[in-house]
Unconditional design. Structure first.
Length: 284
């Protein structure tokens, strides 16, 4: 009686949470696995496999070769879980002998194949694209084995030290080139600004000189008109001589006020050659 009681007690089994037990009767798999809770295992039946339904992950480092013949190591992570359905559990238990190992092998091969068509720069920029493509290509095959892929993560590539040095030198050269181009553009903008400012200055200076000469001419014209009205008996030559004399007196007055100007009067009857000779005498 005690032996029978012990035998019956041992036939009760507790299935932990997020687990499933696959049962066989005389070597024949039962269609429905046991879920979490207390279960009685009937005689002639046995627990063939205990299946975890929790999400798991595999981390691996693979050696790959890029299109530009760079050999690097890349770390990647595969997250997966057994399908939480009777069909998924039974497929995981009986479809393939080692479904996770088979899935890891296929994922690794595809990662190598994808990267072999990329350059180093493309690999650094398109890691997420690689992961998405691997998930898309392997999802259906994994489902047939009762496994659902929850994610693939491609970590930072780990190139050899000499490749890292070459890449750093390349990036530094690109940075120096961009800095030189920016500096050249700034210098060009500065020179264009200076040229425009000088052109505007000369334009304004020319307008100022033109306006000054215009004002002088108008002043002479008004002065001559007034002198002709006040001295109708004087000729135009006499009036002009009078105006020039007045200008000479004004110039002397201005020079005497500053004390820094030298005024040289050249007779109006003197020709150009004589005037130059006189100026040389003054310098010596």
């Amino acid at each position: 009686m005690a032996v029978a009681l012990v035998f019956l007690v041992r036939r009760f089994r507790v299935v932990p949470g997020r687990h499933a037990f696959v049962i066989e009767r005389l070597g024949v798999p039962q269609d429905r696995p046991l879920r979490s809770g207390l279960h009685f295992i009937w005689p002639l039946c046995r627990i063939a496999r205990q299946v975890s339904l929790m999400q798991s992950q595999v981390e691996k480092i693979s050696d790959v070769k890029t299109r530009d013949d760079a050999f690097i190591r890349i770390q990647w992570v595969l997250r997966y879980a057994v399908n939480d359905t009777p069909e998924g559990i039974m497929a995981y238990a009986y479809k393939v002998e080692e479904p996770v190992k088979r899935l890891v092998f296929k994922v690794e091969n595809e990662i190598r194949q994808i990267i072999s068509g990329m350059t180093m720069d493309e690999l650094y920029r398109q890691r997420d694209t690689i992961a998405e493509q691997v998930m898309s290509d392997q999802e259906d095959d994994a489902q047939e084995s009762g496994v659902k892929i929850h994610g693939v993560t491609i970590e930072q590539p780990m190139p050899p030290e000499q490749v890292q040095v070459a890449m750093n030198n390349k990036l530094a050269a690109i940075a120096r080139k961009e800095a030189a181009e920016a500096e050249a553009e700034a210098e060009r903008v500065r020179r264009v600004g200076i040229a425009r400012a000088e052109a505007e200055s000369k334009r304004l200076q020319g307008e100022g000189i033109a306006n000054e000469r215009k004002a002088i001419a108008e002043g002479f014209r008004d002065a001559m008109q007034k002198l002709q009205e006040g001295l109708p008996e004087a000729s135009s030559q006499e009036i002009l001589a009078l105006l020039l004399s007045v200008n000479e007196n004004d110039m002397v007055t201005t020079a005497s006020q500053t004390g820094k100007a030298t005024v040289i009067f050249v007779p109006r009857s003197m020709d150009y050659a004589t005037a130059q000779a006189a100026m040389r005498e003054v310098r010596t």
